[in-house]
Design a protein around this ligand. Structure first.
Ligand code: COA
Length: 378
């Protein structure tokens, strides 16, 4: 058996930022237009008027201040309210591949590696832009990687489940080096016309390079242990899928073809599941809360992360013990914990232990316990 290590990470951040102020202005303009259009039905009591969104609510309920998106023109147009992406020919790289390649190149550069050193690409994301061929195989070709690639989807937990799959293959020797890449275009499945959730998501791509520890060319994180768990729930759901046109009213503009959630229930059910999962994983590995130098959590909601941090550490976490990036990126699905890891891990000292955890729809939760080797003030 070989020991896997994370030797590089990379983050692709889109150029366009949407602030809460811009988002709320666009939503309120949309709501006013809809209410004017439906004035008769509203007056007759047949439908409820749409209520305005508010910056204060968004910040207080989620901690989110901004989000990055691949296109903001459509999202902020009250007559469109979704991203507008260019139609690409089948002979040019797909948009997910383009984002993924940027993140992968950064991860390879950090690790001092070339594409030919890699022999597996896992594209682990909440949504894939087409059914087939696999996005991972297109990324593999774009980078010039030998070996193989495949797509997987465990919604917001895709990154940690992908890391477990790659780490297990490295342990067994079936691959020597793997890129786990998470291109998340959450703006495509978010319902921007629903004030309950329009502020939640943003777009990004993250990549993690995992190699045999003896192959590491610089500072790295030994993967001490991984653990994944799932438990079925309808509280975060999206009914879009390949059977859409086969079903009655399948192709009409239906609310359930975008992200839907029962946020309150998610809070109540996912928090205990995740806190227990992390605590059980740490106990099984003999890691105590005082051993843990950093928690890189899924980035959905600040209150959620504060709760989990406190439960796991048994006290209020210091800001640098549980870094949040959701204020800048919003919820980027599976990529969130990897953005936090990528931006806030270089300062850890030799031997320091940390834990990456992602969680969400499914329900699903995945955790990765890592140990820093080769401290440098890079
Ligand atoms: N602006 C102003 N008011 C809003 C609003 C908005 N954009 N969105 C909702 N409200 C209102 C609601 O209508 C509700 O009004 P009511 O009390 O009159 O019914 C009130 O604010 C509270 O709404 P609620 O949905 O209970 O807020 P919340 O505190 O639960 O926060 C979430 C909402 C979505 C931020 C929160 O539930 C959450 O983060 N849940 C978990 C999310 C998660 O991790 N999901 C995983 C996705 S992968």
């Amino acid at each position: 058996m070989y020991t896997p290590a994370i030797t590089g990470t990379g983050v692709f951040t889109p150029e366009n930022i949407i602030t809460n102020a811009e988002l709320v202005a666009a939503f309120n303009a949309y709501a006013d237009k809809q209410n004017a259009k439906n004035a008769d039905k509203i007056a007759a009591g047949e439908i409820e008027p749409l209520q305005h969104s508010s910056e204060e609510f968004i910040l207080k309920a989620s901690g989110i201040e901004n989000r990055y998106v691949m296109d903001k023109s459509g999202v902020l147009d009250p007559d469109v309210m979704h991203p507008l992406l260019r139609q690409r020919s089948d002979d040019e790289p797909g948009i997910m591949t383009e984002m993924a390649v940027d993140a992968c190149k950064k991860a390879l550069a950090q690790a001092g590696r070339k594409a030919e050193d890699v022999d597996l690409v896992i594209c682990a994301a909440s949504n894939h832009e087409r059914a087939y061929p696999a996005i991972a195989i297109e990324i593999q070709q774009a980078l010039g990687i030998n070996g193989f690639g495949f797509d997987m989807n465990v919604a917001c937990s895709s990154a940690t489940f992908g890391i477990q799959a790659a780490a297990d293959m490295i342990r067994s020797g079936s691959v020597r080096s793997a890129l786990v890449v998470n291109p998340e275009i959450c703006s495509g499945h978010l319902e921007w016309r629903d004030r309950d959730c329009h502020f939640i998501f943003g777009d990004v791509a993250t990549a993690t390079l995992i190699e045999r520890i003896e192959d590491a060319q610089g500072p790295h994180f030994e993967v001490l242990s991984t653990r994944c768990a799932t438990s079925f729930s309808n509280n975060i759901r999206n009914n879009n899928g390949f059977l859409r046109r086969s079903r009655p009213a399948g192709v009409v503009d239906r609310r359930d073809m975008q992200f839907m959630q029962n946020g309150r229930k998610v809070f109540k059910e996912v928090l205990p599941m995740v806190s227990k999962h992390i605590s059980d994983h740490m106990e099984a590995e003999g890691v105590t809360s005082s051993d843990l130098k950093r928690l890189w959590l899924h980035q959905a909601n600040k209150t959620m992360n504060d709760f989990i941090g406190k439960k796991v550490l048994g006290r209020e976490p210091e800001a640098d013990e549980q870094p949040n990036i959701l204020q800048d990126y919003a919820n980027t699905s599976s990529a969130g914990s990897i953005i936090a890891f990528s931006k806030y891990s270089d300062d850890l000292a030799d031997g320091d232990i940390g834990l990456i955890c992602s969680f969400g729809a499914g329900y699903s939760v995945g955790s990765v316990i890592v140990k820093r080797h080769g401290w440098t003030s890079r």
